[in-house]
Design a protein around this ligand. Structure first.
Ligand SMILES: C[S@@+](CC[C@H](N)C(=O)[O-])C[C@H]1O[C@@H](n2cnc3c(N)ncnc32)[C@H](O)[C@@H]1O
Length: 257
């Protein structure tokens, strides 16, 4: 069976993957050959999102759920380079990510080996490193599509954001069912046969629903290259994912969940 952290690692040119992961990754590339450029577009989004979180939102704490294998450019790592003194908690449930976790741990970081669906345990562990009385950026980048509707992904996000104080932020990148419908249907069909975790690609309305009760930063839920691109090259990158960044305001109601 293939695992998403290692398939993702292969797409990014890494070496921490097995034959089963490479087979699944190659199948997906057949359905969406522009995937390497789309991954670079995701890296550019992380830089822009980190800049927004640090400079506009004034956030210094990061909870990165479904972190993946180390890449050297997590939102926290970029934020730390912009504003030294940030803190982060990384959460993943893949044992291989755990074995590489040391590479994630510079500065004031902790790694939690947990399933993000266990929100209570995740928050309890997070509270050992982050001050939950201060704003936190909750990051769910390319992981919610691995949580099927039956596992209540909206309730999970709602409980996470209910625990965050006003001023906190939610960052989501989510593979789309409706940006390149043929490519996503092809990817889902091949990957769901080969991968341990099945994927649920969601449409614009489904991804927007994760931000219920929060204030979306401009330009809202958009294709990844359309979120505040720095230049024409970034804006014209291919993508198959929606993204958005939102803040919890002082008068936010309790999200369902
Ligand atoms: C596609 S990778 C995304 C990695 C990184 N966040 C990114 O944007 O490139 C998905 C990651 O989420 C992790 N993951 C999947 N389901 C999870 C769960 N229920 N709890 C915690 N981590 C999970 C996988 O192990 C994998 O490392």
């Amino acid at each position: 069976m293939a695992y998403s952290a290692r398939v993702n690692n292969y797409w990014r040119g890494g070496k921490d993957n097995f034959a089963s992961d490479r087979k699944a990754a190659e199948q997906a590339l057949k359905a969406f050959p522009a995937l390497p450029e789309a991954i670079r577009a995701g890296q550019a989004f992380r830089r822009r999102a980190a800049r927004y979180l640090v400079s506009e939102a004034g956030i210094r704490q990061f909870l990165d759920l479904g972190t993946g294998l180390p890449t050297g450019d997590t939102i926290y790592q970029i934020a730390e380079s912009l504003a030294p003194g940030c803190r982060a908690v990384y959460v993943d449930n893949d044992p291989m990510v755990l074995t590489h976790a040391r590479a994630l741990l510079g500065g004031s970081c902790a790694y939690v080996d947990a399933d993000l669906r266990d929100v209570g345990a995740v928050l309890a562990e997070t509270g050992r490193t982050l001050d939950l009385a201060q704003p936190v950026a909750v990051i769910l980048s390319s992981v919610l599509h691995l949580i099927p509707d039956a596992d209540d992904p909206y309730g999970i996000v709602g409980r996470l954001m209910n625990a965050a104080v006003p001023g906190s932020a939610l960052v989501i990148v989510h593979p789309a069912s409706d940006i390149r419908p043929e490519a996503s249907a092809g990817m889902a069909a091949s990957l769901n046969q080969l991968m341990a975790q099945k994927r649920t690609y969601r449409g614009h309305a489904g991804v927007s629903r994760f931000f219920s009760g929060l204030e979306l930063a401009d330009p809202g839920v958009v294709r990844v290259p359309d979120w505040r691109p720095d230049n024409e090259m970034e804006a014209s990158a291919p993508t198959m994912a929606w993204c958005g960044v939102a803040r919890k305001s002082a008068h936010a109601g309790q999200a369902p969940g």
